[in-house]
Design a protein around this ligand. Structure first.
Ligand SMILES: [Zn+2]
Length: 255
C-alpha cells in the first residue's frame, strides 16, 4: 500500500563505481505520511527498501538534489551515468567507432577501449587472474587503459608518429584527452577527420594486437613496424573512398 505516494528512483545494484546500473520505477515507501524521505533512517526496512533509500548518496554524487529526485517523472540511466562521470562534449564518441564501419575488427577494439572494457592487466586483476600489473609493452607502468593509450612509451611512439604524419604537432594526451580532442577537433565528414578516426582505430587495434602477441605468443614487433602497418591499412581503406584518396596518400610519405 502506498502511504507517501511519492516516487523514488530505484537503484537495483548499489556500489561505489559511477557506472552502477540504476533503474527507475515507482517505489511506495512504508514510512509516515509526512516523513522526509530524503532523510529517512530505514532501520526497520527490508534490505531492498534500505538500498533504495541509500540511493541518495549516488544522486548527490551525480549532482541531483532532493527536489530534483522527487519531481522526476521519468528517469534516464544515461543522463545520470553521464553526470556521475562528468560532463563531456555533446558529440557522441560512437561516431569515432562508426567511421570505421568497413573495418569491423578496428571498430570492435576501439569500442572496447572507449568503453574501458579491454581486458588489461588492471582489469584482469579484479578477478585475481594476474599477479603483476606491469605493462606488457613497455615493462614499466601499471597496465590500465590510460597507460596503454597512450601513456605507455611504446604506444606513445606509435601514436606520436601517427599524429605528426597528419600534421598534428602536439604531444600525446591521456585517453580521455585524446577522445575529447577527436570529438572536438576532428568531427564532421571531411577527409582529415575521417582519416584521423581511422588512424586512431588502427593504432588502438595494432597496439592491442601487439599486447596479445607478446602475452600469448611471445613475439615482439617494434613501434616503427606497427606505425607503418597502420599507415598502410589506412591507405588501403581510404582508397575505397574516392573523396579520401588524397589524405591517405599524404600519410604514405611516412612509410
Ligand atoms: Zn607500457
Amino acid at each position: 500500500m502506498s502511504i507517501l505516494g511519492t516516487r523514488l528512483p530505484y537503484i537495483s545494484s548499489l556500489g561505489t563505481h559511477a557506472r552502477k546500473r540504476i533503474k527507475c520505477g515507482r517505489v511506495h515507501t512504508y514510512y509516515g505520511k509526512h516523513c522526509n524521505v530524503w532523510r529517512a533512517q530505514p532501520k526497520q526496512a527490508s534490505w531492498m527498501v534500505q538500498g533504495i533509500l541509500k540511493a541518495q548518496k549516488y544522486f548527490l554524487e551525480a549532482g541531483f538534489q532532493e527536489r530534483d529526485v522527487l519531481n522526476m517523472e521519468s528517469y534516464s540511466i544515461k543522463t545520470v551515468s553521464q553526470k556521475m562521470r562528468g560532463e563531456l562534449p555533446k558529440m557522441d564518441w560512437r561516431r569515432l567507432v562508426r567511421a570505421n564501419n568497413r573495418a569491423p575488427k578496428w571498430k570492435s577494439v576501439l569500442n572496447l577501449a572507449l568503453t574501458r572494457r579491454l581486458l588489461t592487466k588492471a582489469r584482469l586483476a579484479q578477478w585475481g587472474c594476474v599477479e603483476s600489473l606491469t605493462c606488457t609493452l613497455c615493462k614499466q607502468g601499471c597496465e590500465d587503459i590510460e597507460h596503454l593509450f597512450f601513456e605507455c612509451s611504446y604506444a606513445a611512439a606509435v601514436w606520436s608518429k601517427m599524429l605528426s604524419s597528419q600534421g598534428i604537432l602536439r604531444q600525446c594526451m591521456n585517453w580521455q584527452g585524446e577522445v575529447v580532442w577527436a570529438q572536438v577537433q576532428r568531427k564532421g565528414k571531411n577527409s582529415a577527420a575521417q582519416v584521423f578516426r581511422m588512424t586512431l582505430a588502427g593504432s588502438v587495434n595494432y597496439i592491442w594486437q601487439e599486447w596479445n602477441l607478446r602475452l600469448f605468443q611471445g613475439k615482439e614487433r617494434n613501434a616503427e613496424g606497427i606505425t607503418k602497418q597502420v599507415i598502410r591499412d589506412v591507405h588501403i581503406r581510404g582508397s575505397l573512398f574516392p573523396r579520401l584518396t588524397r589524405k591517405p596518400e599524404e600519410l604514405n610519405m611516412y612509410l
